[in-house]
Design a protein around this ligand. Structure first.
Ligand SMILES: N[C@@H](CCC(=O)N[C@@H](CS)C(=O)NCC(=O)O)C(=O)O
Length: 109
């Protein structure tokens, strides 16, 4: 899902509705890949929805990933179509608080 979504949240004793910009996250994975499982767990922990594209059965997936993202390892993660790297880069985004910003409220209704 990408675009604007509405989220209910508790503000003190009141309930507020606010807009959140939802960025589309795509993760290219292989079933045998431990870094892929770790990356999906991290996205889940941050409450982020993602589209998973399993590429492990494609004998040419490394060339395809290289063309798409500049790297041939799995996982490869794209946020709003921009390649951000693999698991380690995702960890860095999380440490900098940038994963949580992906679902940060942008305005109240
Ligand atoms: N630094 C990468 C490491 C990813 C990685 O090593 N993935 C393995 C599979 S779990 C891989 O694709 N290795 C290259 C290979 O098998 O040729 C990351 O954080 O995503």
């Amino acid at each position: 899902m990408a675009g604007t979504a509405w989220q209910w949240r508790n503000v003190g004793s009141a309930i507020d509705v606010c807009a959140i910009e939802v960025q589309k996250i795509t993760i290219y994975t292989a079933a045998w890949c431990g870094y892929c499982r770790a990356a999906k767990r991290l996205l889940d922990e941050h409450g982020l929805d993602y589209e998973e594209v399993g590429v492990g059965d494609d004998p040419h997936f490394r060339e395809r990933l290289q063309k798409l993202t500049g790297s041939f390892t799995v996982p490869q993660i794209l946020i709003s179509g921009e390649p951000v790297g693999g698991y380690m880069e995702l960890v860095l985004l999380a440490q900098r608080g940038e994963l949580d910003e992906l679902v940060a409220p942008t305005r109240s209704a």
